[in-house]
Design a protein around this ligand. Sequence first.
Ligand SMILES: [Zn+2]
Length: 225
Amino acid sequence: MVFEGTRPFESDTGSGSLQAILTIIDPNLGGSGYLERFAQRLPEVAAAALQHLDHDDCDTACYRCLKSYDNQRHHARLSWPPVTSTLEGLRHDPPEAIALSAQDLHDPRPWREAFEAGVGSPLELRCWTHMQAAGLSPAKQHPIHDPETRRLLTIADFAFPDDQVAVYVDGASIHLGHVLRRDRRIEQRLRGMEPPWTVIRLDRRQIDLHSQEMVDRIRTALGPA
Ligand SMILES: [Zn+2]
């Protein structure tokens, strides 16, 4: 595993963080096959990670999820909410093997493009592109706090904070039970706030096949300009 460095990642609250790029290299000539299996099973790993992170009373990191005695000196930096949308995307978008050619070196993969655009997945990037083309400019990866406890409740994939509209991009129509429960819990909290948030969930079908309807739906939620 090669650590290729970091790049700055600006959140909408202005709090900057760093995103790391890791490259995994199989040193065996011709490959041992482990990397392929690793890649094929990434959706399972992402689903398991999401399950691991589905716990109450934890805003950033605790000993139940990310903290351990060994990583004590990094505790202040540990925070799981920024990665959940990426994991949810990974859960549904298995990695694709691409042929190694000179062109690939200059043609970054969709995930890298998505990260560089400040969104969590290629599907989110396509969603963002449709919204931009329609003149909509939501905040990306927008943190929403519980007004009473001041704790981080959720990071919406996109949000129009002035109109209290939150947009979530689902990787696929099939949800794992526990994720659905957590999503519903968060939706209920958002809808119960004063003033209430409007929550819009979008799936691949809506984004890729019915983008005009998708934009109309968001416009309706935003109300008259
Ligand atoms: Zn925790």
